[in-house]
Design a protein around this ligand. Structure first.
Ligand code: NDP
Length: 311
């Protein structure tokens, strides 16, 4: 029997816990956590992400502020803006929405965020803490996946985990976290030889490459757990019908919006082989959003001298 890992339900649970902690802080005379998002340029997807992050904050009592600058924002101005937020007492977390316009230096920009406000976990200091197994901020997507696996009772110790994708925001930190839980971790990428065979060795397969429905039955061992990180938009009706034959709800969504989201995994063909799998949408995505709130709460607690649990 395949278990569908419901990211929406888990994210709701996590948001409820964050909301409760925020109320406790405020009732105890503390300051509500504050998150600042920097949105540079006009990227429609980034607009949507930042708006939904602000809405999430509002739901749990975190104050959010969005600062916008045009595409041609000079590097110095962006760094000065980050400096202001670094010293703003009401702001606990700073996120720089990626991608930045090509004229801006991403590494330089992310490294300017104060490590104590680095709720995205992209600062080199946070990356170092992660690989040294020290407490610190961990990027939201891999920490959301860990939370999902933990809350779903999926065993990790001694399991073969194969991660396909080696980005600094998903693949690499995912590997560090799984290693910490005593998985045997294999990283794959575009140069991996015989990818299907490597994937078939996995008890836990994480697909994070950004290729619609790339992973098929040839990549999956019977009974494996499959986590689909990919978010891809498809705009062809025939493709929707091929990937989700007879799925009326998806067809209707396609007809009303002109596109639907699919993951990196060919869900229809792969799900029956697995013991558990995340859907797209409604799997990893909602947890990523929830973990940003968890990280912001953690930053606020640390900055107000309130105890936090290790992560
Ligand atoms: P990147 O583009 O930064 O990295 C993609 C990785 O996939 C690279 O390591 C690349 O290998 C590898 N890759 C690409 N094609 C293949 C292939 N054919 N075979 C094997 N490996 C391949 O992507 P991200 O990590 O930022 O994102 C990955 C996906 O996850 C995207 O769809 C993104 O939208 C989604 N995403 C979803 C989130 C969520 O909350 N659900 C959050 C973040 C991302 P190489 O290094 O050799 O080039």
């Amino acid at each position: 029997m395949t278990k569908i890992l419901d990211g929406n339900a888990l994210a709701k649970q996590i948001r409820g816990e964050v909301a409760e902690s925020v109320s406790e802080i405020v009732e105890g005379g503390g300051r509500p956590p504050g998150l600042a998002a920097l949105l540079i340029g006009e990227n429609p997807a980034s607009e949507v992400y930042v708006r939904s992050k602000a809405r999430d904050c509002e739901k749990v009592g975190i104050l959010s502020r969005t600062l916008r600058r045009p595409d041609d924002c000079p590097q110095d101005e962006l760094l000065a803006l980050i400096d202001d937020l670094n010293s703003d007492p009401d702001i606990d977390g700073i996120l720089v929405q990626l991608p930045l316009p090509a004229s801006l230096d991403e590494k330089l920009t992310l490294a300017r965020v104060s490590p104590e406000k680095d709720v995205d976990g992209f600062h080199p200091e946070s990356v170092g803490h992660l690989w040294l197994d020290e407490a610190g901020f961990v990027p939201a997507t891999p920490s959301g996946i860990m939370e999902m696996l933990r809350r779903s009772g999926i065993p990790l110790e001694g399991q073969q985990a194969v991660i396909v994708g080696r980005s600094t925001i998903v693949g690499k930190p995912m590997g560090a976290l799984l290693l910490r839980e005593n998985c045997t971790v294999t990283f794959c990428h575009s140069r991996t030889r015989d990818l299907p065979a490597v994937c078939r060795s996995a008890d836990l397969l994480i697909g994070a490459i950004g290729r619609p429905a790339f992973f098929g039955p040839e990549h999956v061992k019977e009974g494996a757990v499959v986590v689909d990180v990919g978010i891809n938009r498809i705009t062809e009706a025939a493709e929707v019908e091929r990937l989700f034959p007879g799925d009326e709800a998806r067809r209707e969504r396609f007809e009303s919006k002109g596109s639907v989201l699919v993951g990196d995994v060919d869900f229809t063909r792969v799900a029956p082989l697995t013991s558990a799998i995340t859907p797209v949408p409604g799997g990893v995505g909602p947890l990523t959003r929830a973990m940003l709130l968890v990280n912001t709460l953690r930053a606020a607690r640390l900055r107000q001298g309130i105890a936090v649990t290790a992560s």
